[in-house]
Design a protein around this ligand. Structure first.
Ligand code: SF4
Ligand code: URA
Length: 251
């Protein structure tokens, strides 16, 4: 499959998010390309830690060429606000880049045809965490899983951290799902923190407090407790013992 893409030339042009966007705007690789007004390639910060993957453009997105600008998008902005982020801090993409007529679910063939763009967007961004919104993007990573089981839990899939959440559009019709979506979003900073801690090498992370010029009394006390050397200044001898400490102690 990939070989064919290289041969066709499309793959070699996808060296930046802008190049992907240009290709998407010209794309007619599935039926959705025939009925769209504007393709919606996705947008946001190229250095975002957080990538959000929705389902596909709705009517407002189709008219503007921008993701999540309709009512679901207003709720997404609100959700990002709860965790101190704006859409400029994240990258927002969709499973399919052109609007399915009447907002129907995208067909498997449409998702397959469009996935080359999403796959490359993920590769180029290399986000710390991918938040999937709704069933269709959940299924890309965890086919056959129910939202009820999957939502609000971070899991590793093919070397990426995936965090499924219900689609914000669901809350527009069913007020009772709103609190769960808000709760799942509010947990994102903690999830990111956990990922950062796990990815820091144990040695570097354990050394970090010791490298501070003047450890606070609190640090001295807690480090003293860990290393069993009392609350005095940190000595080299204490460092090896610190390496086995859990992430909570590394702040
Ligand atoms: Fe191309 Fe994707 Fe639009 Fe289909 S949905 S025409 S594959 S950009
Ligand atoms: N719903 C989506 O899944 N994506 C959008 O961009 C807008 C609404």
């Amino acid at each position: 499959m990939r070989l064919i893409r290289i041969w066709l030339g499309g793959w070699t042009l996808m060296n930046s998010l802008d190049e992907i966007a240009q290709l998407v705007r010209q794309c007619s690789d599935c039926e959705l390309g025939r009925t769209r007004n504007n393709a919606v390639p996705g947008e946001g910060s190229p250095s975002a830690e957080l990538m959000i993957i929705g389902e596909g453009p709705g009517s407002q997105e189709d008219l503007t060429g921008r993701p999540f600008v309709g009512r679901a998008g207003q709720f997404l902005d609100e959700l990002l606000g709860y965790i101190g982020l704006t859409r400029g801090d994240v990258f927002i993409a969709n499973m399919v880049k052109c609007r399915p007529p009447g907002n129907r679910d995208p067909l498997p063939a449409e998702v397959m045809a469009c996935d080359k763009y999403l796959e490359r967007q993920i590769e180029l961004l290399n986000p710390a965490l991918i938040v999937t919104l709704g069933r269709v993007s959940l299924a890309r990573f965890f086919p056959g899983e129910s939202m009820t089981q999957a939502r609000g839990k971070v899991r590793n899939k093919d070397g990426r951290h995936i965090y499924p959440v219900m689609h914000p559009a669901a809350a527009l019709y069913r007020q009772e799902v709103r609190p769960g979506i808000i709760e799942d979003f509010k947990a994102i900073p903690g999830v990111l923190e956990g990922i950062r801690n796990a990815e820091a090498t144990p040695t570097a992370a354990a050394l970090a407090p010791a490298l501070a010029d003047e450890p606070s009394t609190e640090q001295q006390l807690s480090l003293g407790g860990i290393s069993d050397t009392g609350a005095g200044p940190i000595t080299e001898a204490a460092v090896p013992e610190l390496t086995s400490e859990p992430p909570e102690e590394k702040q």
